[in-house]
Design a protein around this ligand. Structure first.
Ligand code: PGA
Length: 255
């Protein structure tokens, strides 16, 4: 499983109802029967996980957050274990939209540890707000990685996915700019170097993926020239046709 290319849909807080979620999910499922070499993951809102789980085994489900405690007095929170128990196998952690609400690297680190403990594979999001001419953004991502991965063992590291998501390219960012595969490539190389310095050869199996307004038009270019093992589309994953097209592009490149 580890080395398969992977396409992960981040539905964020969409769609509005379970009915719409089932319709979107069903439309994707209907069109992916020929997919063999690409791992497909969808991360819907918590509430839809259990129902969607019953529709298909071909799509692996992920959550968009997990609380770093097991059980107890944590009003409003959902634990990694609860998510695992209803069928989630991945969890997006450290997304910039959560970080914007106050999530720190230290909190992400605790969530990663709790997720591993529960059997969930973390999809750790990193990425800079803006690019500066003096290349300080490399250091920003380095600190994110070091702090979020503090205390993670060499044995666990290959199960993690690192999603490089430059905030300036994400579709919800006002005045966003397009990233190009060269932006993804230089950061993927940099991330790999940091991981191999910290974790040695085990880091070679970590999948690094790209996200930030990726769509059916540029998916091929990012997969071929962006130095990544997969993609994390947000907006494009809410359109069954576009999402399926991205999956098929990934599959075709792996023939
Ligand atoms: P986007 O979202 O594809 O809509 O930019 C990606 C993400 O934020 O995960």
């Amino acid at each position: 499983m580890e080395n398969k290319k992977i396409i992960i849909g981040n539905w964020k807080m969409n769609p509005r109802s379970l009915k719409e979620a089932e319709k979107l999910f069903g439309a994707i499922v209907k069109n992916i029967s020929s997919i063999k070499k690409t791992e497909i993951v969808i991360c819907p809102p918590f509430l839809y996980l259990e129902k969607l789980k019953k529709i298909s085994k071909k799509i692996i489900l992920g959550a968009q957050d997990a609380f770093p405690g097991e059980v107890g007095a944590f009003t409003g929170e959902i634990s990694a274990e609860m998510l695992y128990n209803i069928g989630a196998r991945y969890v997006i952690l450290g997304h910039s939209e959560k970080r914007a609400l106050g999530e720190t690297n230290e909190m992400v680190n605790k969530k990663i540890k709790a997720s591993f403990f529960a059997g969930l594979r973390p999809i750790l999001c990193v990425g800079e707000r803006a690019r500066d001419l003096s290349h300080g953004y490399f250091n920003f991502v380095k600190i994110q990685l070091e702090e979020c991965l503090a205390g993670i063992s060499k044995n666990s590291i290959s199960k993690i996915i690192i999603a490089y998501e430059p905030i300036w390219a994400i579709s919800s960012t006002p005045d966003r700019k397009d990233a190009i595969p060269a932006d993804s490539l230089e950061m993927a190389i940099f991330i790999r170097k940091i991981l191999s310095d910290k974790f040695g050869s085990d880091a070679g199996r970590v999948r690094i993926i790209y996200g930030g307004s990726v769509n059916e038009k540029d998916a091929e270019d990012f997969l071929q020239n962006g130095g990544v093992d997969g993609l994390l589309p947000g907006k494009a994953s809410l359109d069954a046709k576009k999402f399926v097209e991205i999956i098929k592009i990934c599959e075709a490149l792996n023939q």
